[in-house]
Each structure stands twice: as C-alpha cells, then as structure tokens.
Write a protein that binds this ligand. Sequence first.
Ligand SMILES: [Fe+2]
Length: 240
Amino acid sequence: MKKLLLLGDVHGNFPALKAVGDYIRPELFDWIINTGDFTVYSTFPNETIRWFREKKNTACILGNTDRRVLRILKGKKLKRPKKEEKRVMYYWTSENLHPENIVYLKSLPKKTDLTVGPIHIGIFHGTLEDPDEELYPSAPDGRFHELAKDSPYQIQIMGHSHVPFHKVVDGVHFINTGSVGRMFDGDPRASFAILKISSGKIAVEHFRIPYPVQKVIEGLSNHHLPDVYAKMFRFGKKLN
Ligand SMILES: [Fe+2]
C-alpha cells in the first residue's frame, strides 16, 4: 500500500502546517503533495517553504499567489489583485522571502504528475486545463465530464477553491485537499487529505484539525499588516 499526504493552499500559515505535521507524522508517507499557494496572507512563508524543502519525496507546484510573488521579485508590476489591502500582503511576502526559498519557488512547475503502481496522478492548482480555475464540488456535472474526458490521469488532485471534496466522475477521482492555512467555510481548522493506493484501489480521507490561530494573528499584528486578515484567520472566512 502507498500512502500520499495531500496538502495545499498553506498561504504562509506555518502554525497550521506544523499542526498537521505533528498530527500525522509526514515521514510515514510515500509522497507529500502540495497543490500550491505556499505563500501570502500569513507571515510565515519561509518556515512553510522550508518545511517542504526538507522533506523527501515531495511533489509540489506553484499556485497563483506564488506566481504573483515571483512576478514582483522579477521586478514586474502586479496587475491583480486590485485591492490595496491584498497587494500589501504580496509585497510584504516578496520583501521577506529568504533567497534559498526564492530559488526553491522558482524551481517549481505549474503542474506535475506522478505514477503510483498502475495509477497516474495529475497535480494541479486550479484544474488540468486552467491553473486559475476554481473548481467546486457544486460545479455542473458537465464540467467534471469535460475534465474527465481523455484524462491521462485516474486521479486529479487540486486546490485553489479551498473547498475539500472527493468526487468520482467517469472513473476519474477528483480530489481537492481543502486549504491547510486559509479555510473559508467558517471553520478555521486546517484541512488536508490522505490518499491510499493499494492494488489499484483508491481510498481518500479528509481531515480537519485545530491549530493555534492566535500565532497567525500575532504574526500579522507584529508586522502591522491589515486587521482584516486577523479576522479572516480567526473566523475561517473570506471577508474581502
Ligand atoms: Fe489559495
């Protein structure tokens, strides 16, 4: 049996990532997957990236927030987001990332894949077709049929919508890990999933675990970052 730890959308929330690591013992997994958005909206992007850098057998990709941070670091202008309170979080992250973590982010692809026994697994931030597509479990069936059609992958793992789900459509398993660091459903606990593959059989379990939210709030206030983010982390809600 192979065990894969499915993580994503950590958003610099190292206290949440550490709580997940303490809860599940990452060294017991054959693969650790990160669907992207390591950075932005919390003040621990370096600790977050280092955690993944130090692990063996990782399959990690960039998310939209990471790509924007890299854009700033290249000296390019940020077109989006438009709201100043959001932009400030991107600029803070780009100014505070350590060089070795910038090198690491630059080395990552926008999507990747893995083969575990007979099973091909695609890893995306948004979807197989678009890294910026937010795929919700409530999306029309037709969209899932399109993404399943001619899919070279029996499993498509994704993040970006921050909504955990597992759906099987036309024999393809669609798994969203939920967000480790920034849930929006009114429950601030960290979300992640475990995928087990045994003799071609696929089993998925999602988890929600508590973490010390106060540490994230203190990080934001220590760096004089917008109060609205402290509220978002406290209540597990998107407020802007
Ligand atoms: Fe995200």
